[in-house]
Design a protein around this ligand. Sequence first.
Ligand code: 9MR
Length: 353
Amino acid sequence: MLSRRMLLGTSMAAFSGLRAEGAAAGLRAISAARGVLFGTAAGSYQLRDGDFQAALMREAAILVPEYEQVREAIEPEPGRFDFAGADLLTSFAGRSGMAMHGHTLVWYAANPKWLDEKVAHAPDDEIFTTYITRVMQHYAGAYRSWDVVNEAIWPQDGRGDGLRVSQWLKRFGPGYIDTAFHVAKLADPKALLVYSDWGCEGGEAWNDVFRAKTLAFLEGAKARGVPVEALGLQGHLNAFGPPVDQAKLRTFLDRVKALGLKILVTELDVDDTKAPREIAARDAAVADATARFLDVVMDNSATAAVLTWGLSDRYLHKPEWLPDYTPRKLPLDADLQRKPMWNAIARAFGRRV
Ligand code: 9MR
């Protein structure tokens, strides 16, 4: 059971005191003043770093467990639930007046080793419905939103409906997604239920197909009365890859909004591995990619939150194949100083009237 303090922590009233902070304000206050909240993914180990904790409190209105709420973390053995890491983040958020976003309940990846075999031979859908209910009820009342189903679209698998041929689809058919959302709605009726994926941002031909299949799925879900309430655009961008196509993204988001859905950016970060060594040039390219994406996202009045996949470069891993490279893909640098990406995010919130 979660404490009363934790529950109270999610109230909007907690942000009101931050609104008057002025120019030095963090993204938390800047975003709250615009009614669109900024948040970030975090790991519970980061809470042991006092400076990092302070940065989270200054910048984030929403926290999301980066890896401690996937099924391999929560249910490492059948029926043994380990909420420890995600509970630490949830308590911290509650004490600090932040909201929580859950990540994620039904995904083809990051599952415990024992699960796939069990899914293949499951007598019924309790293998995921009981899990959704158990986890959401553990946090009920303390979570503002949840990624209920993650990355279920993958047109490259060749199905007409564009759905990924995952272990869930193979055993239960395409209806598993509808079931997951219905069960989630019953488990925590107040949480905003999100479908999150990563193929809708880009401008390439495969992104056109991805967007078409995503819209078809969302239209069908709405027509069937499925409680999908928001689309999560993960927002894993590339500073030196194919850019976001602003016109295509704008049209797509208008159609998502027309379905009555909210829009969340759920995992924004900018890959800079192909960028030049020079830090100023890399930071500028990361900021440009961020602005190009967020400017369109923020122009849509259905946008409700922007979450980055980590707050600072401090704890990013260096890729093994690039030993001399230090990633700079998040809003704060390793010293927790604001980078041009931070400015791009703050400016994007400023577009909101
Ligand atoms: O960054 C995440 C990493 O810490 C996890 O170990 C991994 C598996 O849980 O997933 C990474 O994040 C993914 C997210 O959960 C879903 N969308 C794609 C992300 C990878 O960039």
